[in-house]
Ligand binder design. Structure first.
Ligand code: OGA
Ligand code: MN
Length: 197
């Protein structure tokens, strides 16, 4: 992992797309953890927090499962992200305090309407990350992540959710949308946060 390169992109363009950040072996393990035959782990995703929590399928159609410190596969991913957290703090003085992340599964026909990852009244998300776990993903399968400029107007990037790709972006700078997937779409979404609200 070239943290200096990641830091450089975050500083100058606000985002970076990495194609082979993790080993094939770890990607396979993560993929095996991302299946909703396990309905106890995977639950419908909600918008907002606490009393504002809503479940609106037309806005957000994924089911999610938070990573667990007690799982050995999740640990491998989380320790990789911990290395990234400390490296980015050293390079950019971001003061990143922790990292939260969940597996996400979008069934065919699901997407996530344009939104910001910085929740109203809770501004502690600084960097968003998404790792994609879709083998043999084709253009026709849809499910692209579209990043917009801060005003939410101009398209900055369109990212196909192909196996092993990771995007990292400044949470507050890029409203974004997940276009409708036409196949089951698997990923791990996560956020580096500063402490407090
Ligand atoms: C999210 C999100 C993007 C993606 O979970 O907040 O925007 O490409 N995910 O899955
Ligand atoms: Mn998002």
């Amino acid at each position: 992992m070239n943290i200096a390169n990641i830091a450089d992109h975050l500083e100058h363009t606000g985002y970076i797309v990495l194609d082979n950040a993790l080993s094939a072996q770890l990607l396979t393990k993560l993929f095996n953890r991302c299946h909703n035959t396990d309905t106890v782990r995977f639950q419908t995703a909600h918008i907002g927090r606490g009393n504002d929590k809503k479940q609106i399928n037309s806005i957000r159609g994924d089911v999610i499962s938070w990573l667990e410190d007690s799982n050995t596969t999740d640990q491998l991913y989380l320790s990789w992200m911990e290395e990234l957290r400390t490296g980015l703090n050293a390079a950019l003085y971001l003061g990143l305090f922790d990292y939260e992340s969940h597996y996400a599964i979008y069934d065919a026909g699901a997407g996530y309407a344009k939104h910001s990852d910085v929740l109203a009244g809770k501004k502690n998300r600084i960097l968003s990350t998404v790792l994609y776990l879709n083998e043999d993903w084709q253009s026709l399968d849809g499910g692209e992540l579209v990043l917009f400029d801060p005003e939410g107007v101009a398209i900055i990037a369109t990212v196909q959710p192909t196996f092993g790709k990771m995007i990292i972006f400044l949470s507050d700078s890029f409203p974004h949308e997940v276009l409708l997937a036409h196949q089951t779409r698997r990923s791990i979404a996560g956020w580096f946060r500063v402490s407090g609200s």
